[in-house]
Design a protein around this ligand. Structure first.
Ligand SMILES: [Zn+2]
Length: 409
């Protein structure tokens, strides 16, 4: 039998489904103020699972209770490629469990869907990647090159997992990566970038009954809010229009006065400080300096509108710019082939609305990335998150066929 058929023969629908459910049942919301709320338990589960399959593991302790887990098959040697199937183990908060039809960590299986926080984003994608690697091993097919599965921490926040990975030997030897995020198994060659700009307004504290005695920083934030549509419009001019990405957006997401940790809000007090965050999403075409000067200009305009207030800003996280990968890349070609082999259909293409760990791999290592995984891209972070079982099975087959093709060189 051909190698691919042997690998396909080891990918069982039941196993992919049950592994996804097992991962969903382990809550892995990271909560900084709760030492027990992190990725430790799910990472340990993943490590044990690979070990039981007879596969090697590397555990990278990124932060206390927050380990990356890697497993692999084959070797990276001269002239051979190394491919990463990338997933993250953290999930976003479930919110109010009462709003869920089924318990958020119950992994209810119903009408061909698995329900739960992380079902789509992205324990199913991780499960598909894990089963793919195990299927190679069980089928006795050693790839000509190295196939790695990475279960990384903290994708939903600062991406410390992938930032750690790119500095290690395991990260440096990567030649390409498939990001197993929920994109309905479309081949996504482009991802929007994201920058969170935290803007702080400094005024002068005063009694609410005597506003003339102070300078109100909240009013300055109002001026920023009035300026944001203009910034959005300007970014849409500066950035490229692309087929698969929505145009740039500028969205206020946090407004606080006074900012957290700087006193308590009071109804009759004008605070000295007010703070807000703009969530800026980008398409390719603008660099970090270009964006910096646009935000700077917005702050100066808002400042001019409210005399006496000083505005300053900083990025909450390192810049994550938009990424794109050429269709001629060997990874993309291998995946086009892989989708056909796995599903019998031609691939569909798409774009990732947000940034992923792949953004960091692309920016830091310069390697090509394609985002492709099971789950509706609009479902993550909502209540009643789910994944279609068929998509998870398809994903595992797509990863297997793509990996075999990509690594054959
Ligand atoms: Zn995700």
């Amino acid at each position: 039998m051909r190698a691919l058929d042997r690998v396909f023969g080891q990918i069982s629908a039941d196993e992919v489904v049950e592994l996804t459910r097992a991962l969903v049942r382990i809550p892995s919301v990271y909560r900084p103020d709760d030492p027990a709320a992190n990725e430790a338990e799910v990472a340990a589960f993943v490590a044990t699972w690979f070990t039981r399959e007879g596969l090697p593991i590397e555990v990278q302790e990124v932060a206390p209770g927050r380990p990356n887990v890697l497993s692999w098959l084959g070797e990276k040697s001269a002239g051979r490629r190394c491919l990463l199937l990338e997933g993250h183990t953290d999930v976003v908060t479930e919110g109010d469990p009462q709003e869920w039809t089924w318990p958020p960590f119950g992994a209810e299986l119903r009408d061909g869907r698995i329900y739960g926080r992380g079902a789509a984003d992205m324990k199913s994608g991780l499960a598909a990647a894990m089963v793919t690697l195990a299927a190679f091993k069980r089928a006795g097919v050693t790839p000509n090159g190295k196939l790695v599965v990475g279960a990384l921490v903290d994708e939903e926040d600062g991406m410390i997992g992938v930032r750690h990975l790119v500095k290690t030997a395991a990260g440096r030897e990567l030649d390409a990566a498939i990001i197993c995020e929920p994109e309905e198994n479309e081949l996504c060659l482009e991802q929007r970038g994201v920058v969170w700009a935290r803007i702080r307004a400094r005024g002068r504290m005063a009694h609410g009954a005597m506003p003339e005695a102070g300078v109100n920083p909240i009013t300055a934030l109002g001026a920023v809010l009035r300026e944001t549509p203009a910034l959005e419009k300007r970014l849409r001019k500066l950035c490229q229009k692309t087929r698969y990405l929505k145009p740039p957006t500028v969205t206020p997401t946090i407004v606080q006065a006074p900012p957290r940790g700087v006193g308590a809000p009071q109804s009759n007090v004008i605070p000295a400080l007010a703070e807000m965050t703009l969530d800026v999403r980008l398409t390719p075409g603008i660099d970090a300096d270009g964006l910096r000067s646009e935000i700077e200009a917005l702050c100066r305009r808002a400042e001019a509108a409210v005399p006496g207030v000083k505005l300053e800003w900083e990025p909450v996280n390192a810049f994550r710019l938009a990424t794109s990968v050429d269709k001629a890349e060997p990874l993309v070609q291998a995946m086009i082939h892989g989708v056909r082999k796995a599903t019998g259909r031609a691939p569909r293409y798409g774009g990732v609305p947000g940034s992923t760990d792949g953004t960091i791999l692309r920016m830091e290592l310069g390697i090509p990335i394609v985002t492709c995984g099971p789950g509706n891209r609009l479902i993550p972070h909502q209540v009643d998150e789910y994944v279609d079982v068929q998509q998870v099975i398809d994903a595992a087959r797509v990863y297997a066929a793509s990996a075999l093709k990509y690594l054959e060189h």
